[in-house]
Design a protein around this ligand. Structure first.
Ligand code: HEM
Length: 455
């Protein structure tokens, strides 16, 4: 008699749920919360008004008036994720409210005689005058002062740090916040919207939701990873072939979704819920992306606008440096690279687990099966095409937009600050804007292509 084990499927090597990856939403947070418990209304109220508070230059003074809230009433990962999203957006708005001029080598205004640091801070003075930036508590430095380090005030920095620690996320806006945790259903038909926003209007909304669509389109590919690794373990070439077909299809769908970033259209169909949902989306304007949005995603690591990083008051007396948000932090492409044996650049728990779970590439090479090889190569080509299309988008949204912005900056009367549409000059040569970006992106695209298996 056959044992029941013989008829059962052998266990799959990876369980997505172990890595908080959802079968339905992939790396997206499934149905993120949109409200925090009542005690956190000071955070939520501020977060809901960010574009207006930034354009009217009031956010910093409103942050200074905010009470310092304890994080102990936050329950579960969902509330922590929303708290991180909200505090990240407030922090980016706070740091970049005045554009790069408000962060680097600011000449301080002389405070009124006898003024305490907190009074200057409450008046929304330059960032280097804000709480904790004084050499000793309560002392007033000689004025004017040159200072190069920004301070995130204690009432924001301490809870932000605690929530970041609880989630294992950096205390800065990342892809995990502004895309993965920043979506909600706008109505019962499944139309989507973002939860929190910054200056950039419809272009920011479009940028976030198109990136979200790319993540969603990847979901069948993420499931195919599990299937492919299971097939390698079981030496089941038929199942491996199906998984590779599935993966190539998913990468193709990601390219389709990415194309929506720069296609002129008024109606987009979002296959996010059970049905296809109409969703009005305006064009993501390259000038708005370059001049308004990009700075709010910028970090304080290797950024000439904040060469010394940011002091998180009440957390560390030394400034801390963190990179800003980018879809490059998404685990999707890194996971596909890892599966296809292309290159190894990310070290998240999920990608590490793939590394140890068996080699699809070796299995395809060993089989000598032309059909399997063709399916593998379709995945590599789809990934190469996605990266070529991404380079075209970066060219349009950064390189071409930079040329236009330089011309605009030279115009007389160009006003300051990101909400006024003046682009950050420091990002042109470093961070998310420099020409090295293109050699970096092309080298990754080219090494992807080199992953093809020849006959
Ligand atoms: C306006 C749209 C976009 C622009 C301007 C843009 C820009 C960039 C830039 C400048 C880099 C270089 C590294 C960095 O500075 O972070 C990069 C890398 C990357 N981006 Fe984007 N990006 C855009 C949209 C997307 C989307 C929607 C995705 C997909 C989820 C994506 C995925 C990636 C990945 C995976 C990398 C790492 C390089 C690679 O693996 O090929 N990007 N992007």
């Amino acid at each position: 008699m056959e044992s029941s084990d013989d008829t059962e499927e052998p266990p799959l090597p990876l369980a997505l749920s172990r890595f908080q990856v959802s079968e339905e939403f992939g790396f997206l947070l499934p149905d993120p919360l949109t409200e925090l418990p009542a005690p956190y209304s000071p955070w939520m109220d501020l977060a809901q008004e960010l574009p207006q508070l930034i354009s009217s230059h009031q956010l910093r003074s409103r942050v200074h008036q905010m009470p310092q809230l304890s994080t102990q009433h936050l329950r579960g990962r969902e509330e922590l994720h929303l708290a991180h999203l909200v505090l990240s957006f407030i922090t980016m708005g706070y740091v970049w409210q005045e554009g790069e001029e408000g962060t680097v080598q600011v000449k301080a205004r002389a405070p009124p005689t006898g003024a305490k640091p907190s009074a200057v801070a409450a008046a929304g003075g330059p960032p280097c005058l804000q709480m904790g930036a004084f050499p000793q508590p309560g002392s007033i430095p000689a004025f004017p002062v040159l200072c190069a380090t920004q301070v995130l005030p204690r009432n924001l920095a301490v809870p932000y740090w605690e929530v970041s620690q609880a989630l294992g996320l950096p205390p800065i806006l990342s892809h995990a916040d502004f895309v993965l945790a920043n979506w909600r259903r706008k109505d019962p038909n499944g139309n989507l919207d973002t939860i929190i926003t910054l200056p950039g209007g419809e272009s920011l909304r479009g940028f976030t939701l198109v990136t979200l669509l790319v993540e969603k389109a990847a979901v069948p590919g993420i499931k195919a990873i599990v299937q492919a690794l299971g097939a390698v373990l079981q030496r089941d070439e038929e199942s491996l072939h199906r998984a590779l077909q599935e993966l190539a299809g998913a990468i193709g769908a990601m390219s389709e979704a990415l194309r929506r970033m720069h296609a002129h259209h008024t109606l987009v169909w979002l296959p996010i819920t059970s049905g296809l949902n109409p969703f009005l989306l305006d064009y993501v304007d390259p000038q708005v992306f370059y001049s308004v949005i990009r700075i709010f995603l910028s970090g304080w690591k290797d950024n000439p606008a904040m060469p010394h990083g940011l002091i998180y008051e009440g957390v560390s007396p030394e400034p801390l440096a963190f990179s800003g948000g980018s879809a490059a932090q998404s685990s999707v492409l890194h996971a596909f690279d890892e599966l296809l044996g292309i290159c190894h650049r990310q070290d998240t728990a999920f990608v590490r687990a793939l590394r140890g779970a068996g080699s699809v590439r070796r299995c395809v090479l060993a089989s000598g099966d032309a059909r399997l090889r063709a399916a593998f190569n379709r995945c590599v080509c789809a990934l190469t095409d996605f990266r070529s299309q991404h380079i075209a988008i970066v060219t349009k949204y950064i390189a071409i937009a930079a040329t236009k912005a330089r011309a605009r900056r030279a115009e007389p009367g160009a006003s300051a600050g990101p909400s006024a549409g003046k682009p950050p000059a420091a990002l042109e040569t470093k961070g998310t804007g420099g020409s090295h970006i293109f050699s970096f992106l092309k080298s990754i695209r080219d090494s992807t292509r080199e992953g093809l298996i020849s006959a």
